[in-house]
Design a protein around this ligand. Structure first.
Ligand code: ADP
Length: 508
């Protein structure tokens, strides 16, 4: 078993069905959470949530309009400004975050089930995501008590200089479907720890996990209006409102580069703070000195987690000529063992793609490459026998700059391989993209390790590791992959203002 599946299995064992706190349905909500109340849309409209593995409808949620979004902004503003949230001590905020953390942990089986049903990811990965995502509620519960300012030595007499970090205000958080829980907790826990109140707009593909989190936040006892969650199919209207409203103080977005650019542009009108976690195009370089077995395992975790639908997924594999044959042989063998199927089957490692758009995109990228000079070494077919959105784990070689598999992020279970000769060539090609989120390489040459780690134009580097994200370390990209960092103590910075205070005319 590869590392992350093994890791997740520990949790599956620990949280068997006898440990379930309640029946499946009690965490599935059909209303939204605003100002401490569960509400429906003023228009009465709803939209269905479907299971991508089966096409079955698993719930329906309100299709909110800007009317409810405006209400949520008012509630969040009131909760921030009154003594209800921003004026609590760090210790008090920490204690509520800890309660939320405990409740998420206690209900992990139920949340995992909802997450697998709405996102399609294997149940072992849903448990892994809960472990990962909930580590941010724990981490930021701890950080809430350590949002330190500074005392600056003054340059002249009779003055004292200070720096305070104050919560920025109302934070609008827009999240994607690929990590329905973790993309919320990574933002919300940081914002709440800093003293901000939040409005969360989850992806329309995965609103049920978000609403389950809202339910548990209500049980944890956050003051009304501190956490608000709205579901909608009118994302663009919400984006415009968040960007233009003077009562939204910051926006944090994770999603496509295209939408990120729209939000960046629209929020410039009133110079709004914004943090963006956008698409990547991660290189995965295997140098001649690499340990083949470890490089293959790293490829699998980096590429096939969530069926390749993660922004830090390895997108282009560069393999040096001296190790090419042995690496490719081991890789093909390993990929051939991956088990594809519905996520609720406990042995599934590759689930369906999230929706038809994603499926069509993956298929069209592979078809585009094979219609040019690329060679499919493994897979390359849809698996309609399992369901409409299943696509085989695939390995394609002879990739070049004229193919979408090289230039764009495939966001699917496809390994695209490019052979190279020199380190310089690999680094130039790896950096030959406007994106710069994560980059990975395998090498046992220490000087090469430092040279390449410094040369890669990315926000995060994995060396001899394919899975690197953790609450303790800063997550984020350079170039068009984003602005700002999540996780680590840097994650708090997105939600605070730095205020300088000069106290003068002291009589010393
Ligand atoms: P993907 O293509 O991976 O689904 P998106 O960027 O479309 O990524 O979606 C990420 C999140 O952004 C989702 O919550 C989605 O509803 C939201 N979204 C999509 N378009 C807009 C927009 N114009 N303004 C604000 N949010 C948007």
């Amino acid at each position: 078993m590869i590392k992350f599946y093994h890791f997740h299995k520990i949790h599956l064992k620990k949280f068997t069905s006898t440990n379930w706190k309640r029946s499946i349905s009690s965490l599935i909500q059909s209303k939204n959470f605003v100002g401490g109340n569960w509400i429906t849309s003023g228009t009465g409209e709803t939209f269905d949530v479907t299971n991508p593995a089966t096409g079955n409808i698993i719930g329906s949620v309100p299709d909110m309009t800007v009317t409810e979004a405006e209400k949520a902004i008012r509630e969040a503003k009131t909760a921030f400004a009154s003594a209800r949230w921003s004026k609590l001590t760090g210790k008090e905020r920490s204690s509520l975050l800890k309660k939320w953390h405990t409740l998420i942990e206690e209900n992990r089986n139920e949340i995992a089930d909802i997450m697998t049903q709405e996102s399609g990811k294997p149940i072992s990965e849903s448990h892994g995501e809960i472990t990962y995502g909930n580590s941010f509620t724990e981490w930021f519960a701890e950080e809430a008590r350590r949002i330190y300012g500074e005392v600056i030595p003054p340059p002249g007499p009779n003055r004292e200089l200070f720096v305070l970090k104050q919560p920025i205000g109302v934070a609008a958080l827009i999240t994607p479907w690929n990590f329905p829980l973790a993309m919320i907790t990574r933002k919300a826990a940081a914002a709440l720890a800093a003293g901000c109140t939040v409005i969360i707009k989850p992806s329309e593909d995965t609103p049920l996990t978000a609403l389950a989190l809202a339910k548990l936040s209500e049980e944890a006892g956050f003051p009304n209006g501190t956490i608000n969650i709205l579901t909608t199919t009118k994302a663009a209207n919400f984006g415009k409102l968040f960007c233009s409203s003077p009562d939204v103080d910051t926006i944090s977005f994770t999603g496509s580069t295209e939408v990120g650019k729209i939000l960046y542009r629209d929020s410039s009108a009133n110079v709004k703070r914004i943090s963006l976690e956008l698409g990547g195009n991660a290189p995965f370089i295997v140098f001649n000195s690499a340990d083949v077995e470890k490089a293959v395992e790293g490829s699998i975790v980096s590429k096939f987690r969530n069926c390749g639908q993660t922004c830090v997924s390895a997108n282009r594999f560069f393999v040096q000529d001296g190790i090419y044959d042995s690496f490719m042989k081991a890789l093909i063998e390993r990929v051939g063992k991956l088990k594809i199927g519905p996520g609720l089957n406990t042995d599934t490692q590759i689930g369906p793609l999230i929706n038809k758009n994603q499926f069509d995109k993956v298929k069209s990228f592979v078809d585009d490459a094979s219609s040019k000079s690329a060679k499919i070494l493994h897979g390359g077919r849809a698996r309609k026998d399992i369901g409409n959105l299943f696509y085989e784990p695939t390995i394609v070689t002879n990739i070049n700059q004229n193919m979408k598999l090289y230039t764009d992020e495939v966001f699917g279970p496809v390994i695209s391989v490019i052979k190279f000769k020199t380190e310089e060539e690999a680094v130039i090609k790896a950096n030959d993209t406007r994106r710069g989120l994560a980059g990975y390489f395998y090498s046992q040459d220490l000087s090469q390790i430092f040279r390449v780690a410094k040369a890669l134009q990315v926000g995060m580097v994995g060396i001899n590791e394919g899975l690197i994200s953790t609450a303790e370390a800063p997550f984020g990209g350079v170039k068009e992959s984003g602005i700002g960092r999540e996780g680590s103590h840097h994650g708090i910075d997105e939600y605070v203002e730095v205020k300088y205070i000069c106290l003068g005319n002291l009589k010393y």
